[in-house]
Design a protein around this ligand. Structure first.
Ligand code: ADP
Ligand code: MG
Length: 799
């Protein structure tokens, strides 16, 4: 039997899901598909796998010998949840494992396997019946990631197939069960969808005890780009004036988060941070007060004198709107908040109010690019005497529950990948999130007790500009990868696929056309042998094609490295981030945002030296870019290749990253992907003679031109022609273009009449000094900010 640690058992029995064990397990044993919905934090992810384990699932000697699989949309969640469940299972902890791209702890003792959806999709391609599993839990289904949708479509069929086989031959086959778990929204998309499930699956709704949360809207919505400084102000106020309890902040991306964490650490240094803030320990406090004074408006001063009205004063801040209490009946809510305030005031008056003795703030970032061990820090209690403040992306919205959060500060925004299937423009768009997800975020404050949610936008904006729900990813992402996967599973007619939400018709057509061009489909839309081979590689179809045609002139190791880098993403630290946090770069922050954030810095005297140093670093950065671009700066992708080679040649350590201005995490992933792709090429491409040596000698001249051809073949539909040749009429006149220099040179793509411009960080501009702006380029990505930027560019025919 399972023997759990005592404190774990005490926590478990508090969880709403725990009380429903019997009902849940009965539904699962009586139905092939069950939908389980419940508030975030009610115990779905951590408890249901344990119920199944204790009921014998995954036990080789039972009637359900297959293992228990749980899919997560994010790597962070797959890893951290596996950790947690292992810990909860005490003496059975060793039966829990995780598998994400490049990283697995699966062994022959594994009975519970947490994985990303991508991992299970790949397994499906090799074993459509999922014979290893007795049950699959599709977690966080409400997020509607592209992979969840595809998985649910495929799994609905696999469940039927296994059911049929098990009635025909019960000795050999056992049924597969599917549990769809979701936060309390949008379950109808799965349940009332006869294409997906002919018989609607039963829905179990777990009621949870959500404490009331008081919502405070801002009276004025901050101007674009001001939400970060507004969030900083709000957190500072909460920390100075409100009683104990963790703070959770929602921002849109890594750069904002890094910036905010740094600012907060400076304002509220812990002992070890003090030297970081000022260069000299001891002066940190003085500087902190100085910064603070400028920030305080007059109305604030009263707060420090009127102790009894602490909370109310904060609530009726001139910049805030009406308060709204959510959850429970109003009567009891007000009482409980009032009571609680009295209680906390008497306990915490000193720490909360006495401005000379502000407690340390334990500030932690949380976003998906952060290394796993740093992500796990948010679950640990903060150091004694300090307050936890987690600054997160929407990772913390539903998939991860951080203990002890009482205050939520929500900028109301989200950065999402958007994709225009007409122009093939992929962009990261920062925009308002949906009402549903703002409400999820709010709910994070009411897990431990009554809480507060500060929305940094007005209720009018919330009502008028927020959509009710976020759009499912299948409508916002390129789908040629999943179309190829389906075709490789012999689902020829993709329009018949039981999508929870079908993709747009033109997106399907576009992807079929691209796959046909790449040779993956024949004229009738059926998968070719080449297409089948392409589907083996865990990369986008165009990159798979590059791998397969890469076997010329001993180019394969280079092609593999290029494909790995293209799949992982630009490994360079953005110029903007130089000298700030060298270990991590900026995830796709728009150009404007970068400028806005960097201008938002209010430089104090103490920071002038640091600014100088950053300037020097920038020089070094551009020197290094020029050096890596080398004698042939006509391809950014070949520059990446040189950087990878140089990095590995110098030992490939974290320190070396600083020298080459690359991100260690990205370089590590590129190395792992190279290894994986090398193995796959050896396995599936007969005659390919390639072995993995991280260190590559630089390619010869001949090899360089072959590589250029291969890059062109992968991106042949992403050509752009210089505006003057393509007959583009610049509405500003040619003179304007000339005046503003090379960066204003327009290019035309095959897909629209809107000009694109080569991104300022491209090394093409170095080449252009000698050969002028190229007539034709291919780009690996278009990004929209104020303009359309072509990124990772290669010149088609350099002179
Ligand atoms: P759900 O899936 O319904 O959102 P979970 O099963 O993830 O809920 O979480 C249940 C509870 O377990 C939460 O209250 C959370 O605080 C706690 N918990 C989850 N992961 C951890 C962890 N790594 N450390 C401490 N507590 C955790
Ligand atoms: Mg969960």
């Amino acid at each position: 039997p399972v023997e759990r640690p005592e404190h774990i058992q005490a926590q478990r029995i508090q969880l709403p899901v725990y009380a429903e064990e019997q009902q849940i397990m009965e539904a699962i044993s009586e139905n092939p598909v069950v939908v389980l919905s419940g508030e975030t934090g009610s115990g779905k992810t951590t408890q249901v796998p344990q119920f199944l384990l204790e009921a014998g699932y995954g036990d080789a000697s039972s009637t359900n010998p297959g293992i228990i699989g749980i899919t997560q949309p994010r790597r962070v969640a797959a890893i951290s949840m596996a950790h947690r469940v292992a810990e909860e299972l005490g003496n059975f902890g060793h039966t829990v494992a995780h598998q994400v791209r490049f990283d697995t702890t699966v062994s022959n003792t594994t009975r519970v396997k947490f994985m990303t959806e991508g991992v299970l999709l790949r397994e499906l391609a090799n074993d459509l019946l999922l014979t290893k599993y007795s049950v699959i839990i599709a977690d966080e289904a409400h997020e509607r990631s592209l992979n969840t949708d595809i998985l649910l479509g495929v799994l609905s069929r696999v469940v039927r197939l296994r059911m049929k086989l098990s009635t025909e031959n019960p000795e050999k086959h056992r049924p597969l069960r599917l549990i769809i778990m979701s936060a309390t929204l949008r379950v109808d998309d799965f349940v009332k969808n006869p294409r997906l499930f002919k018989v609607p699956p039963p829905v179990i709704n777990v009621q949870s005890r959500q404490h009331p949360v008081r919502v405070h809207f801002n009276r004025r919505t901050p101007a674009p780009g001001q939400h970060v400084s507004e969030a900083i102000r709000k957190v500072a106020k909460i920390h100075r004036r409100l009683p104990d309890g963790g703070i959770l902040v929602f921002l849109t991306g890594q750069a904002e988060i890094t910036y905010m964490c740094r600012q907060l650490q400076k304002q509220f240094p812990t002992v070890s941070d003090a030297s970081f803030a000022s260069g000299k320990p001891g002066t940190a406090n003085g500087m902190q007060t100085h910064v603070e004074d400028e920030d305080i408006d007059i109305g604030d001063c009263d707060a420090f004198t009127d102790d009894n009205e602490l909370h109310d004063d904060f609530g009726s801040d001139s910049e805030e709107e009406e308060d709204i209490v959510v959850g429970g009946s109003d009567d009891t809510d007000d009482k409980s908040i009032a009571e609680e305030r009295q209680l906390l005031l008497s306990e915490n008056l000193k720490t909360a109010v006495d401005s000379d003795e502000i407690r340390p703030l334990h500030v932690l970032p949380l976003y998906s690019m952060l290394p796993a061990e740093q992500q796990l820090k948010v679950f640990a209690p903060p150091p004694p005497g300090s307050r936890l403040c987690v600054v997160a992306t929407n990772v913390a919205e539903t998939s991860i529950t951080i203990p002890g959060i009482r205050y939520v500060v929500d900028a109301g925004m989200v950065k999402e990948k958007a994709y225009d299937s007409q122009t093939q423009v992929q962009s990261f768009e920062v925009g308002w999130t949906s009402q549903a997800s703002a409400n999820q975020r709010m709910g994070r404050a009411g897990r431990t007790g009554p809480g507060h949610c500060y929305r940094l936008f007005s209720s009018a904006v919330f009502n008028d500009q927020f959509t009710l729900f976020s759009e499912p990813e299948v409508l916002r992402m390129p789908i040629e990868g999943v179309v190829l996967q389906m075709k490789a599973m012999n689902m020829d007619n993709v329009t018949n696929f039981p999508f929870p939400t079908p993709p747009r018709r033109e997106a399907l057509q576009k992807s079929e056309r691209l796959l046909t061009w790449l040779g993956a489909l024949d004229a009738k839309g059926r998968v070719t042998d080449l297409g089948r081979l392409m589907a083996v590689f865990p990369v986008a179809p165009r990159f798979a094609k590059m791998l397969i045609i890469g076997q010329q002139h001993d180019c394969l190791p280079y092609v593999i490295a290029i494909v790995a880098a293209l799949s992982v993403g630009d490994p360079f630290i953005k110029e903007f981030n130089i000298g700030s946090d060298m270990s991590e770069g900026v995830d796709s922050l728009s150009f404007e945002e970068e400028v806005a954030v960097s201008e938002a810095r209010n430089l104090t005297n103490a920071e002038m030296a640091a600014k100088e140093q950053r300037r020097a670093q920038r020089h070094k950065y551009w020197d290094m870019q020029a050096k890596l671009a080398g004698a042939d700066p006509t391809s950014d992708i070949l520059k990446w290749l040189t950087a990878i080679g140089a990095f590995e040649y110098s030992g490939g350590s974290d320190d070396v990253c600083q020298q080459y201005f690359v991100r260690f995490k990205a370089m590590n992933e590129i190395r792992k992907l190279r290894r994986q792709l090398t193995t796959l090429v050896q396995m599936y491409c007969p005659g390919a003679n390639v072995s993995m040596d991280p260190q590559m000698p630089p390619p010869t001249q001949l090899q360089q031109s072959v590589l250029r051809q291969i890059i062109l073949a992968g991106f042949m539909d992403q050509v752009a022609i210089r505006g003057d040749i393509a007959g583009y009429h610049n509405p500003d006149g040619d003179a304007a273009t000339k005046r503003r220099g090379l960066h204003a040179e327009p290019y035309m793509t095959m897909w629209s009449d809107e000009p694109v411009y080569i991104h300022p960080e491209s090394s093409i501009y170095i080449a252009a000094r000698n050969i002028g702006m190229p007539q034709a380029i291919v780009y690996s990505e278009l990004q929209r900010t104020s303009r359309l930027w072509a990124k990772a560019v290669t010149v088609v025919t350099p002179k």
